[in-house]
Design a protein. Structure first.
Length: 543
């Protein structure tokens, strides 16, 4: 295979496994192996399928390993070639969503109710009210918006409105709230808890709005190490309404399994920012759904918290206005600037307060809050400006400054991120922990803050797969917000660098943002967009 350098060992082994099961001659097998390795590789890069020309289609059908819809290793649908599993995910999701679209609701008292929850605006569209109307009238709706546009505020009002209407009909709705990661679930839970108090409704209605938010994996009931869940079409969830936050992070497989597990009469609401990065795994589900179903989508366009240079920069980046974006960076305002000092010196100074807090208070919640004020966000894992190298250099400088005492892998003050779900330990991908001295046990432990505010302590040896997190990838930062961020782009252009990546990094910062990049890399990055191959859009639009 002449393209082996591009493909992983798994891609190559998979392609050879399939080719050995054909009756092709040697040359045909080589061509077929390249095609299968490309499919495997592109699937690992987030694509649901690859597009193939007429010649390749003929070869695929001649292999005897492909069909248009029957059980076979490969599925050829029009000019799209899938692995069978991902074709199933896409088809099942499209069919389930289409069933949701067929159900609508009418409420004669809706306008009167809305007037209590939303102040009438003059010469201005109330996008939050528009979202409420859609969510109440449709079984399935999506609410998209950037930071500060009030997605949580809107959905809390929607939950209250739906509960008021349900009570009038006899019984309240059973509601589930979920997010892709523990961090995102915790943020939504905090927001809902504070937003409920301002609702113009009775305590009875407020009490019917759940404050507990779980991860999607916990909601569905993970069964590791299998890819299956407790809840599916045969054993659906009991909820009348399921709300998912940070929906842009949900990949094709998980969204398919989630929608599969909804009971037929359930309502479904997705919250997210369609302009953010697509999921790490296959698919760009939220982007495809919003593009395919504009009549089921409301975009919140007014920002109530996000403003100034950070907002201006995010909009310029989102619209790929390269020179406008660079001028905002070159202004070097108090909100947005290019990093002009040494990267490691700057990051180390920003992390010093949380390390001081360890010695001063010893209170984990205070320490975690202090640590979360600042975060280094990298475009890539590897390389001079990658996560691995920057984490190593920050640790080395902090050790030289005697701010941490490294005696092994674990040291007091080490921040880590869990990178693999562990249901039995109730730790999930994205959870942040800090290694501290546990005076009760007279040894170090890794402390985690649970979504209910309680603290979980784990022996370092028992922590699931994890990594040091002075720096994290921008992908991993989705669902989080920090007072200040340092966005570090790679020094060489690569496929990871896209305008969605920079937009996501910018919108993680609430107050201040610095970017480390040359104009050349920055401009080339803004010219690249995330494009995922898949058929979901076509299946929903019929085009």
């Amino acid at each position: 295979m002449n393209a082996e350098q591009q493909y992983s060992r798994l891609d190559i082994a998979f392609s050879r496994f399939l080719s050995q099961r054909t009756s092709f001659d040697k040359k045909q097998k080589i061509d077929f192996e390249v095609l299968c390795a490309e499919l495997s590789y592109q699937q690992s890069q987030g694509h649901s399928c690859i597009y193939v020309d007429a010649s390749a289609q003929k070869q695929i059908l001649a292999s005897g390993l492909a069909s248009e819809h029957d059980l076979s290793p490969l599925v050829l649908e029009q000019n799209r070639l899938y692995l069978y599993r991902y074709w199933c995910y896409e088809n099942r999701l499209a069919l389930a969503i289409q069933k949701q679209l067929a159900r609508t609701y009418s409420n004669k008292d809706l306008e009167l109710l809305l007037s209590r929850y939303f102040i009438k605006l003059i010469d201005e569209t109330d996008w939050q009210k528009e979202a409420a109307v859609k969510a109440i009238s449709l079984a399935f709706c999506m609410i998209s918006g950037g930071p500060g546009t009030g997605k949580t505020t809107t959905v809390v009002k929607i939950l209250a409105l739906l509960q008021e209407l349900a009570l009038k009909q006899g019984a309240p709705l059973h509601i589930a709230l979920a997010a892709p990661t523990g961090k995102a679930a915790m943020r939504l839970q905090e927001s809902i808890g504070s937003s409920k108090n301002t609702l113009p409704c009775s305590e009875t209605i407020k009490n019917l709005i759940p404050e507990t938010v779980t991860t999607i994996h916990r909601l569905l009931g993970s069964r590791p190490p299998s890819p299956y869940f407790k809840h599916d079409s045969a054993h659906p969830l009991a909820y009348d309404l399921v709300v998912i936050d940070e929906a842009s992070m949900v990949d094709l497989a998980l969204m398919s399994k989630l929608v599969d597990a909804l009971k037929p009469e359930s309502r479904f609401i997705l919250l997210g920012d369609k302009d953010q990065l697509a999921s790490v795994e296959s698919g760009a589900v939220l982007a495809d759904l919003t593009a395919a179903l504009p009549e089921h989508t409301v975009e919140l366009k007014k920002s109530y918290r996000f403003h100034g240079d950070i907002k201006a920069l995010s909009e310029a980046v989102n619209h790929q206005l390269i020179d406008d974006a660079w001028k905002i960076l070159e202004k070097n305002s108090s909100e947005v600037a290019l990093l002009e000092q040494d990267l490691i010196d700057f990051a180390t100074k920003q992390y010093t307060p949380y390390l001081d807090e360890i010695n001063n208070s010893g209170d984990f919640s205070t320490i975690l809050t202090s640590f979360s004020q600042f975060q280094v966000l990298c475009s890539n894992r590897l390389g001079t400006y990658g996560v691995v190298e920057i984490n190593k250099r920050i640790e080395e400088l902090l050790a030289r400054q005697n701010k941490i005492q490294i005696t092994g892998q674990w040291y007091v003050g080490r921040p880590i991120m869990v990178i693999q779900n562990n249901v039995s330990m109730q730790l999930y991908n994205g959870d942040i922990g800090i290694c501290l001295y546990d005076s009760q046990k007279d040894k170090n432990a890794v402390f985690f803050l649970r979504s209910d505010g309680s603290i979980k302590k784990i022996l370092p040896s028992r922590v699931p797969a994890h990594e040091t997190v002075f720096a994290m990838t921008i992908h991993k930062s989705q669902g989080s917000e920090f007072d200040e961020c340092l966005c570090v782009l790679a020094d060489k252009i690569n496929p990871v660098l896209t305008k969605e990546l920079i937009y996501t990094a910018i919108t993680r910062a609430k107050k201040r943002l610095k970017i480390l990049s040359s104009y050349s890399i920055f401009s080339q990055t803004l010219q690249q967009k995330v494009v995922r191959s898949g058929g979901l859009l076509e299946k929903l639009t019929g085009k």
